[in-house]
Design a protein around this ligand. Structure first.
Ligand code: SF4
Length: 277
């Protein structure tokens, strides 16, 4: 029987950035009580890691209540927050550290102008450097970077920044023209196989002495490693078709038509980090 180990749960599609490579699914959010029911199902199934993401998950009003509910029901579940970082405040830093085991930010470049040009906004870069300082050594930190045609040459410079902090994982996504704005902007951002392969070699060369876990996420990884729940509770198969709604249907039924052939790989990646802050 198929089993899911980690879930990317997009609790809201709303976002305060307008990234031109965004591929989020535009559907309405569920209320907190419905999301608690989904959490119950995931925990009963034995999910080991839950990532609350979006959209921007800090725009979901019940985000901290949902996180607290999950941790109270199973303190051993690894709970992760993937945020664009803009809504981090002095107050919620402490709440995040208390509830979550991991936090993930996006840093695409060391240029504030690049972040602005791709729709993340002027403040994105400086705010996320502040966030690295605020969370450093207090929670497991992961950084995501989307490689596009426009920043690919500069991505090794991101490493020069990250290595100043206690970042545990760095994941580099190949820009994926799958849906929404990402699909519309393919010509502007698409990365060739050769360029992506060269980027990998350059990153491996500069990070070879580091203990930071470096991951690359290519098109196939998007299709077969993630188990994603959309804000209205729906799931999609590998072709992008909605298969069921996890709020109303059983998890076993939901996953029966989804190819999760590489899903176990992700489990191996995160299970390495058992050191909760
Ligand atoms: S990529 Fe993420 S941060 Fe950017 S608009 Fe989409 S959901 Fe928001």
């Amino acid at each position: 029987m198929s089993k899911i180990y980690s879930v990317c749960w997009n609790v809201t599609e709303r976002c305060n950035e307008q990234c031109e490579f965004c591929y989020r699914t535009i559907v309405s959010d569920l209320d907190l009580e419905s999301n608690k029911k989904i959490a119950d199902k995931l925990l009963a199934h034995g999910v080991e890691k839950i990532t609350l993401a979006g959209g921007e998950p800090l725009l979901y009003k019940g985000i901290f209540e949902l996180a607290a509910y999950i941790k109270q029901k199973n303190p051993n579940v690894l709970l992760s927050l993937t945020t664009n970082g803009l809504l981090i405040t002095e107050e919620n830093v402490e709440r995040i550290i208390e509830l979550f085991d991991w936090i993930t930010f996006d840093i695409e470049s060391v240029s504030a102008e690049y972040h602005e040009m791709v729709g993340r906004g002027k403040r994105h870069f400086s705010k996320n450097v502040e966030n690295l300082l605020a969370f450093n050594k207090r929670i497991n930190i992961k950084v995501n970077t989307v490689a596009t045609k426009l920043n690919i040459a500069d991505i090794p410079l991101v490493w020069e920044l990250l290595k100043k902090f206690d970042v545990k994982r760095w994941k580099i996504f190949r820009y994926y023209p799958i849906t929404y704005k990402a699909k519309e902007n393919e010509e502007r951002f698409a990365v060739t196989d050769a360029d992506y392969s060269e980027l990998k070699s350059r990153i491996m060369a500069v990070t070879s002495d580091s203990e930071v876990q470096i991951d690359f996420n290519d098109y196939d990884d998007f299709r077969t490693t993630y188990f994603s729940i959309f804000p209205n509770g729906t799931l999609k198969d590998n072709a992008g078709n909605v298969t069921c709604n996890i709020l109303n249907d059983s998890i076993d039924e939901c996953i029966s038509s989804i190819d999760l052939s590489n899903h176990l790989v992700r489990r191996k990646a995160f299970s390495k980090f058992v050191d909760k802050k």
